[in-house]
Design a binder for this molecule. Structure first.
Ligand code: OFO
Length: 168
């Protein structure tokens, strides 16, 4: 695999682990805010991001490329309402989408067909990730940041199933 492609995938592995780290921090904040359903939703998101990182990791090993695990930063979980939290989720996912698209452009430019195939899954996944965040923002905008509406929405988001189970 070309050096530039390996470097870009290692950077994407870091971005996926960084996402996991961010969602775990957000989950802890939601727990503090007594919103256990949203905390559980974010914790599932944490698990999914680890799985994303590992997809790239296994792909690198399969192709005899070099995995370099890079340094993570302290995550940004600076919000004071559930709505602000999901706005942060959406803007984070939009940044990840831009990174995946850039990686795809590199895979095309370098003629790396296996990477293009792998990235098809991620391109679809990003559409879903952004949609989930937007749906939560729409619901929170409707119900507001307190009262029975928020309580019900917290329960609804807490019922989210892991991806594998949801597909069954
Ligand atoms: Fe890995 O999709 Fe979110 O960040």
């Amino acid at each position: 695999m070309k050096q530039e492609v390996q470097k870009a995938i290692n950077d994407q592995i870091r971005a996926e682990f960084q996402s996991a780290y961010a969602y775990l921090a957000m989950s802890a904040r939601m727990d503090e805010m007594r919103l256990p359903g949203m905390a559980a939703w974010l914790k599932l998101q944490w698990e999914e991001e680890i799985a994303h990182a590992m997809k790239f990791y296994e792909f690198m090993l399969q192709r005899d490329a070099r995995v370099d695990l890079l340094q993570l930063n302290a995550p940004d979980a600076d919000f004071s309402t559930a709505l602000e939290c999901f706005e942060l989720v959406l803007s984070h996912e939009q940044k990840i989408t831009a990174k995946i698209n850039k990686l795809y452009q590199l895979a095309v430019a370098e003629g790396d067909y296996p990477l293009q195939t792998l990235l098809q899954w991620f391109i679809d996944e990003q559409v879903e990730e952004e949609e989930n965040a937007r749906n939560a923002i729409d619901a929170l905008t409707l119900v507001g940041d307190s009262g029975p509406g928020l309580f019900m929405l917290d329960r609804e988001l807490g019922a989210r199933k892991p991806e594998a189970e949801a597909a069954e």
